[in-house]
Structures are given as structure tokens and as C-alpha cells.
Design a protein around this ligand. Structure first.
Ligand code: GLN
Length: 420
């Protein structure tokens, strides 16, 4: 408002001041607000043990969010590239799981939080297995499981799959790779220890080289939000529509992220933020709200646990503001049962999953409590039935007809509806 303007009403007639809130929508506004307030949070240290990482701009800060419909939102330096470092770990673990299955992968790497730093030298007693795939030892063990005839072929597969998660071709920051390769003896030592204990599937030097390359893959916060959203979307990239991994793999990876993704701050993180997440020493951080969105932050300064200070603060706020904690009750959708008006009719609507199917079964059982007779199950307004709900309905119908009820089912469910 101009200082000379004596009439506040005249100003409000012109509508909201676009300079005060330039965001075109509520999600961008929330990200922009976090960016504005948290970019002045100047705490933590930029990682320097990989010399090339020490050159990072400590003021750099980007945020991005991608919904399950592939809608994209950004604030700050969301298009600034940085190396994935440990944020590569859940995706490479996903590739190992997709190739070999959980049972085989679990022979080589566990799924227990270590309660220790990311580079801790600790292996399970007896088996020599690293505790989980989110710390260095476990990530190296997971990388060792990836197939490929030559080192170049193995890396090309890793890069191609990470690119599929991101929905665009990613590349490698050769300077960061070379810097870590020149200084990564602790990781080589970890690999040799595992090899000696019988818990590493291939040559220690070859696998650490592959691991250093995977850590040096370069992406932006905008890319990482798509990668995270792919995990939250059951393994289907919501932007490209490509299935990158099967749903059970996505669920397994998110589970390990939830318990182990933030190193020895993982318990506190699940308690306060309540989202599966993974951080990396270059300042990247992803978090997933399953079936809702993937989010990513980039900001190089790290706290004492090795997690990015601004990214962690941003996610804490985002989770609180939008009520995203995993353990919260989801919003209740439309009611499953329609008032049918007749005692012998059960009419359902919407998509049927376990929760909705339980309501249908409960209603059918109530209707069937009386003497055996005809019953109508009207599914004409059901849009989709998932396999669990289908099996529940089938067994309930079988039980009812065994008890002498004649049940007629009308209406075939349509295909699942996709919004937007
Ligand atoms: N490349 C890094 C390392 O192995 C990754 C660690 C991290 O991001 N926490 O040391």
C-alpha cells in the first residue's frame, strides 16, 4: 500500500497483494514459506571428509514435492544438482530386492536400525551381516548383489534404474566420484571386513568403486521428489507412468527407510515427523507420505547425526502442518454402504479395500442373521475391488450360500479411477 493512501479499504478493493504471497497454490505457498523462513537457519556443518563436497554452497536450499498424480511443486533452488550420496541407498536396495527378492537379500543385509553412525564399523555377530541397507556397510552389501557381467555394465544398470525412478536421464559428478574414490578407505575397510566375515557377495574393491559411483550420481531436489514419489506410489513413477519396481519392493524399502533412514536419529524422526525418509551427506533428504506424495530437500549443512539441518526442520514442519504422521488415522472417505431401503439388499460404493470390504461383510452378515432367504449385493456403484477385498467377498458369499442364503450380486466394478 502506498504510504500516501489514507483509505485502507481502497487497497483491499484491489484484492490480495501479489507480492506478499506470489505462490499460485497452497502447496507452493507452504514450500515457499518454509524456504523463506528456514533459509536463515544457518546451523550445522557441510561435510568435508569427501573433499569435493566441502565446496558446496552452505546457503543453497531447495524444496520439491510431487503428488501421486504427478503434480509438481517447488521452492528455492530445487533445480540445483548435487550428488545423491546416501539418498541412493534406498533405490539401490530396491534394485537388489527387485532382482533377488527379500529372502535372498536378507541373507546378506539385515533390516534392524543400527543405532550407530552411517559409517560405523559394526557387523552382526555370527553372520557378519550389516544391520541394514541404509548405513554404509549395508548399502555396500546391497550394491554387491546387483547383477552385471562387467563393472561398466553393472553401473549402467544402476544409472538406468535410478534414472527411471527420476523420470529423466541422470549423470555422474565425476569430480565427486574421484574425490571419494581417492579418500574412501574407511568404506573399503568395511567391504574387506564383510568379505572376511563371508557377508559380501563380490570383490571389495570392485564393489566400493561401484558404490562410490552410485553415491556420485547427480540429481536435483525436483528429481529426488519424483524418485521419492515413485516409492510412495507403489513403484510406479507418477510423472512418467513407468513401473520401476513392484509394489511389494516399494513397501519393503519404505519400511526400512522408516526405521533406519535417518541413521541413529531414526527413532526420534519416526516419533516427531512420522514419515519414511533418507538423508545423505551432500545435504539431500527425501521423505515419503505413502499414497500421497514424495518430498525432497537439499541443503548442505548437516547436524551432529549427519542429517541436513534445514531439510529436517522443513519436513518436521510440513508433517505437522499437513497432519502427515504415518500413525495418524487417514481421513475417512465416502461411506461404503448406501442406504438401500430394503432389508435384503446391501449396496456398496467406491473402491473396495480391506476396510471397505469389512463393512460390506458386516452388513451382509447382519442381513443374513435371520432365516435363510434371498439377499442382494449391489455393487453397481463400486469403482474398483482390490484383490484382498475380492477374496473377502468371495469367501463371505461362499459362507452365506453354504448357510442356505441365495445371494445375487449385481453390478461389475469398473476400472480404478485416476484423478487429475
Ligand atoms: N558416499 C558417502 C559415504 O559412503 C555416503 C554417506 C552418506 O551420505 N551418509 O561415506
Amino acid at each position: 500500500m502506498a504510504a500516501a493512501d489514507p483509505d485502507p479499504a481502497a487497497d483491499s478493493d484491489r484484492g490480495p497483494d501479489p507480492a506478499a504471497d506470489p505462490a499460485p497454490d497452497a502447496v507452493t505457498a507452504a514450500l515457499a514459506d518454509l524456504y523463506r523462513r528456514l533459509r536463515t537457519l544457518d546451523e550445522g556443518e557441510v561435510a568435508a571428509y569427501i573433499p569435493e563436497l566441502a565446496r558446496a554452497d552452505r546457503a543453497g536450499f531447495g524444496l520439491a514435492l510431487v503428488s501421486m498424480d504427478g503434480h509438481r511443486y517447488e521452492a528455492g533452488e530445487a533445480s540445483e544438482p548435487f550428488t545423491l550420496q546416501s539418498v541412493s541407498k534406498p533405490f539401490v536396495y530396491a534394485l537388489a530386492l527387485a532382482e533377488l527378492g527379500l529372502d535372498e537379500v536378507s541373507r546378506w543385509v539385515g533390516a534392524e536400525p543400527s543405532g550407530e553412525a552411517f559409517n560405523a564399523i559394526s557387523l552382526e555377530e555370527g553372520t557378519g551381516r550389516p544391520s541394514n541397507a541404509m548405513v554404509n556397510a549395508g548399502a555396500i552389501a546391497a550394491t554387491a548383489l546387483l547383477p552385471g557381467a562387467t563393472p561398466a555394465e553393472r553401473f549402467e544398470r544402476v544409472l538406468a534404474r535410478l534414472s527411471a525412478f527420476a523420470g529423466r536421464r541422470l549423470d555422474v559428478d565425476e569430480a565427486v566420484y574421484a574425490s571419494e574414490a581417492a579418500t574412501g578407505d574407511r568404506n573399503r575397510a568395511l567391504a574387506y571386513l564383510m568379505r572376511g566375515a563371508g557377508s559380501l557377495a563380490c570383490d571389495p574393491l570392485a564393489v566400493t568403486d561401484l558404490y562410490f559411483r552410485q553415491c556420485a550420481v547427480r540429481a536435483t531436489a525436483a528429481d529426488l521428489a519424483v524418485m521419492a514419489a515413485t516409492l510412495g506410489n507403489g513403484g510406479v513413477n507418477p510423472v512418467t507412468g513407468e513401473r520401476v519396481v513392484d509394489e511389494p519392493v516399494a513397501v519393503q524399502v519404505l519400511s526400512v527407510m522408516a526405521t533406519c533412514g535417518m541413521y541413529d536419529a531414526s527413532g526420534e524422526w519416526l516419533l516427531r515427523v512420522g514419515l519414511p525418509a533418507k538423508s545423505g551427506v551432500s545435504g539431500g533428504l527425501i521423505a515419503v507420505s505413502p499414497a500421497r506424495f514424495g518430498v525432497a530437500c537439499w541443503s548442505p549443512p548437516l547436524d551432529a547425526t549427519g542429517n541436513p539441518v534445514r531439510g529436517a526442520a522443513a519436513l518436521r514442519e510440513l508433517s505437522e502442518r499437513f497432519g502427515l504422521h504415518l500413525m495418524r488415522r487417514p481421513a475417512r472417505g465416502a461411506p461404503t454402504l448406501l442406504a438401500a431401503g430394503q432389508d435384503a439388499v446391501v449396496a456398496a460404493q467406491g473402491a473396495l479395500d480391506f476396510t471397505a470390504a469389512e463393512r460390506v461383510l458386516f452388513a451382509l452378515a447382519r442381513r443374513a442373521a435371520g432365516p435363510a432367504g434371498p439377499l442382494l449385493l449391489d455393487l453397481s456403484r463400486v469403482t474398483a475391488i482390490d484383490p484382498v477385498a475380492e477374496a473377502m467377498l468371495r469367501s463371505a458369499l461362499g459362507r452365506l450360500s453354504a448357510a442356505g442364503h441365495r445371494v445375487t450380486v449385481t453390478g461389475a466394478p469398473g476400472r480404478p479411477v485416476r484423478d487429475g
